[in-house]
Design a protein around this ligand. Structure first.
Ligand SMILES: NC(=O)c1ccc[n+]([C@@H]2O[C@H](COP(=O)([O-])OP(=O)(O)OC[C@H]3O[C@@H](n4cnc5c(N)ncnc54)[C@H](OP(=O)(O)O)[C@@H]3O)[C@@H](O)[C@H]2O)c1
Length: 354
């Protein structure tokens, strides 16, 4: 694969750090520039990150010496791709400016996820929704494009729903989360508030999960997405784990279910082997049979590409023959963020959108 140049927008946040860790050794992408807010611009990355680097890997030497740019496409180096890890409010203003300047954006931000002509992609589920990019470029007349990944809470859930939705249909679903603190970004939730505690809400999260699942499981028809339309309720909470969102789901199906068959369709959920994407795990969904799995600490790095697989467990009957109970773990800053936008970028490369 021909190497593509890329820039990282929001390089100093929790997702930005994961992007640097993953993109620096990536065989297809070269980091040519990094950008953050005016608070960070002008500083060497290693100086800015002295007290904020939260990963156990070291900052790559070459990146450590880079000077952070302000968030302006006129100042940031030209590149094929821009990986965006910006807060939504900033992304809303900045991402279209970068698309107008010719960058193909692969974004973590929620700003454009539900916009009609913007794809919201999980490559194993809805790669065909990338066709929205053709419509987007035509309607907006810009040389670049914006492609988004789902919220970190949505991704694991949508991946587990997909094989169930296709085989048994979904009538309605109720989900609950116990979400890691890295999901709140930096500086995040103060230690004094989260230690020894559960925060019983995450602003906007429940609405995002519901609307995003419906778009992802929707069908591309003519020039738009026809969304899935089952009923859903969500409760999202924050807990003092560092990485890895734990979620439970109660799913009412359209067809009667056999629990062994539910496990089989989840286990056999196909990866993207034929495309040869470096970030695509061979085992996107892993089923555990033990009563005490999955757990964030034990399972968040599962899979052939560590952190890119979702682990599902305690798959059991619900209240009647048309219902399923289960829980899952997905790594919020890898499969749920940095890894997701990297996988989307790889997909766009092989589909000739970059
Ligand atoms: N953390 C997760 O697990 C996760 C998962 C999925 C999606 N996301 C989404 O990914 C995005 C990044 O999340 P995060 O957790 O990495 O956030 P974060 O830790 O708060 O980092 C935000 C980044 O954006 C930059 N930024 C903030 N305000 C800016 C401004 N006014 N102008 C230019 N740059 C600005 C920051 O630069 P400074 O350091 O200079 O302020 C920093 O580099 C968000 O949209 C979030 O919702 C996060």
């Amino acid at each position: 694969m021909k190497k593509r140049s890329c820039v990282i927008l929001g390089c100093s946040g929790t997702v930005g750090q994961r992007l640097i860790e993953a993109l620096y050794p990536h065989p297809w992408f070269d980091i040519v520039d990094i950008a953050a807010s005016q608070r960070s611009a002008g500083q060497k990355y290693k100086d800015r990150m002295r007290d904020s680097w939260y990963l156990s890997s070291d900052i790559p030497d070459e990146i450590a010496e880079m000077v952070i740019k302000p968030m302006d496409p006129k100042v940031v180096e030209e590149a094929d791709l821009a990986f965006s890890a910006l807060p939504s409010g900033i992304a809303k203003e900045v991402e279209p400016e970068f698309a107008k300047a010719g960058y193909v954006l692969t974004s973590n931000a929620s700003a454009f996820r539900m916009t009609e002509d913007v794809p919201l992609i999980i490559p194993e589920i809805n790669a065909d929704h990338l066709q929205l990019i053709d419509i987007q470029k035509e309607q907006r007349n810009w040389p670049g494009a914006i492609c988004t990944d789902p919220n970190c809470t949505t991704i694991g859930l949508a991946m587990v729903f997909k094989p169930i939705y296709d085989r048994f249909g979904i009538e309605e679903a109720i989900m609950n989360t116990w979400q890691a603190i890295s999901g709140a970004g930096l500086p995040g939730v103060p230690g004094l508030l989260i230690t020894d505690n559960v925060i019983p809400y995450i602003s906007g999260e429940e609405e995002k999960v519901i609307s995003e699942v419906h778009k992802i499981l929707g069908k591309f028809e003519d020039d738009h997405i026809v969304k899935a339309d089952f009923k859903m309720a969500a409760t999202c909470t924050r807990v003092p784990t560092i990485d890895g969102h734990f979620e439970t789901a109660y799913i009412k199906t359209k067809e009667p279910v056999d629990i062994e068959e539910v496990k089989k369709v989840i286990r056999e959920f196909p990866g993207l082997d034929s495309l040869g994407l470096p970030y695509a795990p061979k085992d996107p969904l892993i089923v555990r049979e033990e009563m005490n799995r999955p757990q964030p600490r034990l399972d968040r790095m599962a899979g052939s590409v560590p952190g890119m697989s979702v682990t599902v467990g305690r798959i059991r009957p619900g209240l009647d023959e048309k219902s399923i109970n289960l829980c899952l773990i997905s790594h919020n800053t890898i499969r749920g963020a940095a890894g997701a936008v990297i996988l989307n970028a790889e997909l766009m490369c092989v589909k000739n959108y970059v």
